[in-house]
Design a protein around this ligand. Structure first.
Ligand code: GLU
Length: 425
């Protein structure tokens, strides 16, 4: 029984901004940051709300609300994705923007943090409607984005095509092509090799590091993944290729389980043909809420926030939790997982592969010189392994859990940048 079945009982723990604030406070306390610095680090530096009028296909005009929040630009241009979803809220975008700041600091890339979102139901909109929403949204946030200011990327329900529209709209206003204004673009428009796989690949790299601590090899590691899209689908594909047993896949409309391991490519083909993973002949259909609690060694929630809560955390069987999504675990669930000694690879480390290759894409665009795929993947591995060791080393040294360690490391790096820059008055 998960969130949607018992929303009332977890209402107090599911506001992402509050979740972010709890983790922030704990790390700030341990770092003994002074009050002034806490205020600076806690407060987003810019919040923009735009109302976007768009003509729908049937001729009606609809007004959509969108946000862009820049949490910090202390370490470089703001960086972070744009999501399209009906339940986008300013609090959610704020939390996600702050998480981007901490994420970029954990992997030590020269960016601050931002996030954007538009309240809409993308599955009910045509391609043309989505293009008009994207272009008008871009025009409305035009002044605050740019390669040196704020660099958007894909997130939930946005993709390469969305990024191509943003790049084109921005470039039309600039009167020349500016590829580095967004990342996650199609390859032929200044995208990077390895970017579509980057978040899933990053999850695999850090999971492999964690396995060493349990004396597990991929061949005898059973994995359940929630989400079969950009992050979860790629993680499933890449991990099954190196021998992991992907025993369960959970989607928004159902879940499948096979204790001997699923044929991930066949499942992808099946979904392409039927539109769903349900009914896949080589697996058992299971309840999607119970699927997260089934037997496995590694659980990778790779969809949305608040999946692991006080309602189900004590029944998680995985030894390793690798957070492919942003904010899949509530702050109340943190302590339950800690008690159960689940090895948590926190989101701001686990899913940082995406923004890391976004950084590579931005560098390549600005240099006008493109790397081969091996170079991208090798450099990604180096950063993910170094960051994993930094976080785990920090946790050991300060006797805190992995999430608090990741936050402490990030807050420390951002606070250091702010101190060295000084406050302009
Ligand atoms: N949306 C992704 C994230 O949450 C990628 C952000 C980026 O590449 O800027 O990390």
């Amino acid at each position: 029984m998960l969130l949607e079945q018992s929303t009332l009982s977890v209402d107090h723990e599911v506001n992402p901004w509050e979740s972010a604030a709890h983790r922030f406070d704990e790390a700030a306390e341990r770092l003994k940051l002074d009050d002034g610095m806490r205020k600076v680090l806690r407060t987003p530096s810019m919040e923009l709300t735009v109302n976007i009028p768009v003509v729908l296909d049937d001729g009606r005009i609809e007004v959509f609300t969108g946000y862009r929040v820049q949490h910090s630009i202390a370490r470089g241009p703001a960086k972070g994705g744009i999501r399209f979803a009906p339940d986008v809220s300013l609090d959610e975008v704020r939390a996600l923007a702050a998480w981007m700041t901490w994420k970029c600091a954990v992997v030590n890339i020269p960016f601050g943090g931002a996030k954007g979102g538009v309240i809409c139901e993308p599955h009910l909109l045509s391609e043309g409607e989505l293009e008009r929403i994207t272009r008008r949204y871009t025009a409305e946030i035009y002044e605050v984005i740019g390669p040196e200011r704020d660099v958007p990327a894909p997130d939930v329900n946005t993709n390469e095509q969305t990024m191509a529209w943003i790049m084109d709209t921005y470039s039309m206003h600039q009167r020349h092509t500016v590829t580095a204004v967004v990342t996650g673009k199609p390859l032929e428009l200044g995208g990077s090799l390895g970017r579509p796989e980057a978040t899933g690949r990053g999850c695999m790299f850090v999971t492999m590091q964690a396995l060493k601590r349990f004396g597990l090899a991929p061949e005898n590691t059973r994995v359940i993944i929630q989400g079969f899209g950009n992050v979860g689908g790629m993680a499933a594909r890449l991990m099954s290729r190196v021998g992991f047993k992907i025993v369960g896949i959970v989607e928004y409309d159902g879940a499948v389980y096979n204790p001997h391991g699923l044929d991930v490519e066949a499942l992808m083909d099946y979904r392409r043909e039927t539109g769903s993973i349900r009914g896949f002949p080589e697996a058992e259909d299971v309840d999607r809420y119970e699927a997260l609690l089934m037997d496995c060694d590694v659980l990778i929630p790779a969809a949305r926030e608040n999946v692991i809560t006080s309602v189900n955390a004590d029944r998680i069987k995985a030894k390793i939790l690798c957070e492919g999504a942003n904010g899949p675990t509530t702050f109340v669930a943190d302590s339950i997982l800690a008690e159960k000694k689940v090895f948590v690879i926190p989101d701001i480390l686990a899913n940082a592969g995406g923004v890391t290759v976004s950084y590579f894409e931005w560098v390549q665009d600005r240099q006008g010189y493109f790397w081969n795929e091996n170079m991208v993947n090798e450099r990604l591995e180096e950063i993910m392994v170094t960051s994993f060791n930094d976080v785990i080393g920090y946790a050991g040294k300060h006797n805190v859990n992995n999430r608090t360690a990741a936050y402490m490391l990030a807050l420390d790096r951002v606070a250091f940048a702010i101190k060295r820059r000084g406050l302009y008055a």
